[in-house]
Ligand binder design. Structure first.
Ligand code: PNS
Length: 161
């Protein structure tokens, strides 16, 4: 049975993330979406909240499970007995960092390969940071995040003003 991990900070999950999840779930028998710590980011949603938001928007995909880990991705993959990490690439500018991460992860866990899916063209501009900024201005979030979580994102943007 083929298995892959899709890691990210998902603060919050966007339509771009969901597009990658749906496509990766068609490619692998099992897809583990894992909320992880990005040392460069300061999330506004807790890990538990992010897991819950992702579960809500992926409940139509039976082979997706959602979890969290505060450890290294390469170690998490080893624990899960999983040899593939899926990452989305929006632009060439994403590549340099992702390439470095893939090499570091391979160094820590030589069994681990990283596979890149190109983001759908309609989501290349989209990021969780853009979503949070737009939410802060009260903009319509319909094109950017799944409708099931729009209210949560809006409420959090108001709270953090
Ligand atoms: O959605 P993001 O913020 O681009 O995801 C990045 C993430 C969370 C996948 C990355 O920071 C990560 O792998 N974090 C776990 C800790 C780790 O393994 N770091 C890489 C080695 S320094």
């Amino acid at each position: 049975m083929s298995k892959a991990i899709y890691p990210g900070s998902f603060d919050p999950v966007t339509n771009g993330h969901l597009n990658i999840i749906e496509r990766a779930a068609k490619t692998f028998d099992e897809l583990i979406v894992c909320v992880m710590i990005n040392a460069e980011k300061h999330p506004v949603f807790s890990s538990e909240e992010r897991v819950e938001l992702i579960r809500r928007v992926t409940k139509h995909i039976p082979n997706v499970t959602v979890t969290q880990s505060s450890g290294l991705l390469a170690e998490f993959a080893r624990e899960q007995n999983c040899g593939v990490v899926v990452k989305g690439l929006r632009a060439l500018s994403d590549f340099e960092h992702e390439f470095q991460m893939a090499l570091i992860n391979k160094k820590i866990n030589p069994e681990l390969d990283t596979m890149f899916l190109t983001a759908s063209q309609k989501y290349t501009f989209l990021s969780s940071s853009v979503v949070k900024e737009l939410a802060g201005y009260g903009a319509d979030l319909t094109p950017f995040v799944p409708c099931e979580i729009i209210e949560d994102v809006r409420a959090r943007a108001m709270r953090s003003e």
